[in-house]
Design a binder for this molecule. Structure first.
Ligand SMILES: Nc1nc2c(ncn2[C@@H]2O[C@H](COP(=O)(O)OP(=O)(O)O)[C@@H](O)[C@H]2O)c(=O)[nH]1
Ligand SMILES: [Mg+2]
Length: 314
């Protein structure tokens, strides 16, 4: 991995602040540790969609620590708290690991409900790989809406990435098949597949996704593709039901968490780790092409709460 690339996204991550992180930071002020502190912290964690169980256990752990170390001021607990959040995220293997490029072409499926950010994320991911010197094909497998194909083509033009598409209404699995053939023919390193916003309750659409998955495996000598669930962080844990349904159709290899810049539910990252037990691979921080960064827990929490964390948690 090129050093410049990592520095770039760490810088990106350092700029993370949203309504939630500011609220949390404000609680760890230069004031005495009172009952009100614990109440405010609990409310903030619940509001941020951390989840009830983890809110309780985080507060228990922090209380214990404050007693052991006889801490009297709120701000003295901030780094320890940041460390606790980081540990919980790091428990899931694969957090922030970039796309697996060990097979050629590497196929990356983006799945998720309408509006979660799949098409935008496909373009952002293509741009990251392209900037890393890879040749990429975008596959327009959302064939339900003509606008979806046009949207991807527009991104392709803007980023200089080839888009493989068929007419509106055609078989999405056939588009994926074409895309993989084109990748072999041109020696492309990666195929990023933008799929339709399937309602997870519509089983025929899930069947179609399963078919795409089978075709990918068959056409790539049974290599398991990357399959990212694109989750809108504004939806918080309401988006978790989808995860189960999509996970039945394809073997998910991670989550891409979008619209983090826009959410008050910043604790959703903890809930994804603890409940879905899926690694967050990338995080979306805006609508622009460069607003996607690998989700590295330590850098992320450090940027979110504005604290310096040592590299190894020591
Ligand atoms: N603020 C913000 N908006 C995003 C992000 N990712 C996607 N969007 C916006 O969300 C909307 C839906 O995105 P789109 O890619 O079309 O979703 P799709 O239906 O899943 O393909 C668009 O207006 C995007 O610009 C993000 O990380 N931050
Ligand atoms: Mg789309």
């Amino acid at each position: 991995m090129k050093v410049g690339f990592w520095n770039g996204f760490i810088a990106n991550i350092r700029n993370i602040t949203n309504k939630w992180s500011q609220g949390v930071s404000n609680i760890f002020s230069d004031s005495p540790l009172t009952d009100e502190f614990w109440e405010d912290l609990e409310a903030q964690l619940l509001m941020g969609d951390v989840g009830v169980e983890d809110t309780e256990s985080l507060i228990d752990d922090l209380r214990k620590l404050s007693t052991e170390r006889r801490i009297a001021h709120r701000e003295e607990l901030k780094t320890a708290f940041a460390e606790m959040l980081t540990k919980r995220l790091e428990e899931v293997p694969g957090m922030g690991v970039p796309v697996d490029m060990s097979v050629k072409p590497s196929v990356i499926l983006l799945v998720g409900v309408n509006g979660s950010g799949k098409t935008t994320t496909a373009a952002k991911l293509a741009s990251i790989l392209k900037n890393d010197g890879k040749s990429v094909i975008l596959s327009a497998a959302d064939t339900y809406r003509a606008a979806a194909i046009e949207q991807l083509k527009a991104w392709g033009e803007r980023t200089g990435v080839r888009v493989v598409a068929q007419a509106h209404g055609s078989d999405s699995a056939a588009v994926v098949f074409d895309s993989i053939k084109a990748a072999y023919a041109s020696g492309a390193d990666a195929v990023i597949v933008d799929t339709a916003g399937r309602l997870h309750t519509k089983s025929n659409l899930m069947d179609e996704l399963a078919k795409i998955y089978r075709i990918v495996r068959r056409e790539t000598m049974d290599a398991a593709p990357e399959a990212f669930l694109v989750l809108d962080s504004v939806m918080g844990q309401n988006g978790f039901l989808q995860a189960e349904a999509f996970g039945r159709a394809v073997s998910l290899t991670g989550v891409i968490l979008t619209k983090f810049d826009n959410t008050a539910k910043g604790g959703i990252t903890i809930a994804i780790a603890r409940k879905l037990k899926l690694p967050i691979r990338y995080i979306g921080l805006g609508e622009g092409i460069d607003d996607l960064a690998p989700f590295v827990p330590r850098a992320f929490i450090s940027g979110l709460l504005g604290v310096e964390l040592s590299d190894d948690g020591a």
